[in-house]
Design a protein around this ligand. Structure first.
Ligand code: ADP
Ligand code: MG
Length: 476
């Protein structure tokens, strides 16, 4: 006679037919039968995390109950038991009985101390610098139908680093919340695991760090640096396209971290299979954990995002105005935010006067025109956006560009900024000089000419310019 437990796979099979495959994989595939209680009236099911328990209970309880009923007909109640995946249990045991000799574990878990300066190259930020921006949190991420699965999975992964889905690969078109979620996971991880070595790295930064480490013959340093990370968040991995040597080193970093159950999370503007210029062995690794995408928000979703943001910004707009914005701004969340920012700016300009439908119309009409011209990517060409993009590529801070360091990497980045200010913004040399902390106009001219000369000779320079432009285009 089969044991009660033996029916569980049948329940799962039945569930598989009721809910989408991705939802099944994300939430139910890791459940198991524990026992029945109360004379068979209650079944206890194990789930990998408390997050799973809540999620399953709120989203799939009915499906679960119906499937259970088929094979356990007496059951009326469902109970859950949280069974952390075995690896985490091992880890906890290891930490508890950590031998003094076990240095490798300890070093990683220790926070930075001033007495122990890290000998790292300037382009590899210290362990304590994770590049996370607290403005991106789960708390202010609005869950809508088009992102519910991703948001749920991201939340679960943040609680169960390395144990659930590794890697997690999130993809979508621009402005739909990939960076936001990636950073939110990082933020959550800092709360939960204070000693963790967490790094948020835009793919362009990774590429540039690798090139610098090649130039300086510090490739071992680079590898050690990445191999010691506990949670690696790489944004916009599509930029790895065509960068063979970067892909090569990343492949090894990936394998190393993965083997050690270190969580890897990647974002991209395309799904793994659609990526062009990325080596097949990487593509298959990208797809080997969980792949989730964010689609565009529908009208109703856009409306709920607007409602949330308006409340946070304390903007006084009436429901019909919100409806109008949601109908007209269809592209993505970034554009919805952009529209609200314009409205906020307008309201500030006219204190005491009500924001009327005409005001809104004016803002939306300019907005729509801009959008219609947008068959080509529109570029945010403000001086600040340019500096930000360059800093991102060279892994520098704005203060480095403003400062006086003559380090090659810094000097190059700075001259590139001069070049952009001149070439793209058409500012005069003296003006650029002023913007860069009162530099002489001849310095600016020299820098500009230098880049202009290298442009057709040195593919690396051209590459940097292209990358900057890509970032500017995607950050609009
Ligand atoms: P992507 O990385 O996909 O291009 P971002 O994460 O940069 O998009 O999102 C663009 C902007 O929209 C950010 O300011 C982000 O905070 C906001 N945003 C995106 N999705 C949401 C959401 N669901 N709730 C709240 N804000 C969102
Ligand atoms: Mg992004």
């Amino acid at each position: 006679m089969p044991a009660l437990k033996d029916y569980w796979p049948l329940v799962l099979e039945d569930l598989r037919g009721r809910i989408s495959n991705t939802n099944f994989k994300a939430w139910l595939a890791h459940t198991d039968f524990v026992e029945v209680q109360e004379n068979g009236r209650k079944i206890v099911v194990s789930v990998p995390s408390d997050f799973h328990r809540k999620y399953i209970d709120s989203k799939f309880r009915r499906d679960l109950q119906e499937s259970v009923k088929k094979y356990y007909p007496q059951v009326i109640h469902l109970g859950y038991q949280i069974n952390k995946p075995a690896k985490e249990v091992q880890e906890i045991q290891q930490t508890l009985s950590l031998e003094p000799g076990d240095a490798s574990n300890k070093v990683n878990n220790q926070p930075d101390t001033d007495s122990e300066p890290e000998k790292l190259s300037s382009y590899l930020p210290k362990k304590s610098l994770n590049n996370l921006n607290p403005k991106y949190s789960f708390e202010n991420f609005v869950v809508t139908r088009n992102n519910a699965l991703v948001a749920g999975v991201a939340g679960a992964v943040a609680e169960e680093l390395g144990n659930l889905y590794n890697p997690l690969f999130i993809h979508s078109k621009v402005g739909l919340g990939k960076t936001h979620l990636l950073q939110a996971i990082g933020g959550k991880a800092i709360e939960n695991k204070p000693g963790f070595n967490i790094k948020y790295i835009p793919a362009e930064t990774f590429i540039n760090q690798w090139i610098l480490s090649l130039q300086r013959k510090e490739t071992n340093l680079f590898r050690d640096y990445y191999n010691s990370i506990d949670l690696l968040l790489i944004d916009d991995i599509q930029f790895f396209a065509g960068k063979e040597s970067t892909q090569e080193v990343f492949f090894h970093v990936f394998n190393q971290l993965h083997q050690n159950n270190k969580q890897i999370i990647l974002t991209s503007d395309k799904g793994p299979q659609e990526l062009v210029g990325i080596a097949e062995r990487l593509v298959s690794r990208f797809g080997s954990g969980m792949v989730v995408d964010i689609t565009r928000p529908e009208l109703e979703d856009r409306l709920s995002i607007l409602q949330d943001k308006v409340a946070r910004m304390q903007l006084l707009l009436n429901p019909s105005q919100l409806q109008t914005i949601a109908e007209r701004v269809q592209s993505n969340v970034r554009d919805l935010e952009g529209a609200l920012n314009k409205i906020q700016a307008r309201i500030r300009l006219m204190p005491g006067r009500e924001f009327t439908d005409q005001d809104l119309e004016q803002i939306l009409s300019s907005y729509n025109q801009a959008e219609q011209n947008l068959s080509m990517p529109m570029t945010d060409q403000s001086p600040d956006a340019i500096l930000q993009a360059i800093c991102r590529i060279f892994s520098l801070q704005k203060s480095d560009l403003m400062g006086s360091s003559r380090e090659k990497n810094v000097a190059m980045a700075r001259q590139l900024a001069f070049w952009f200010y001149k070439h793209e913004l058409d500012l005069s040399y003296p003006t650029i000089g002023k913007l860069f902390g009162g530099r002489n106009h001849t310095t600016i001219m020299h820098g500009y000419n230098k880049i202009q000369n290298l442009l057709n000779k040195d593919p690396k320079v051209k590459d940097k310019i292209m990358m900057t432009k890509k970032i500017l285009a995607s950050s609009y």
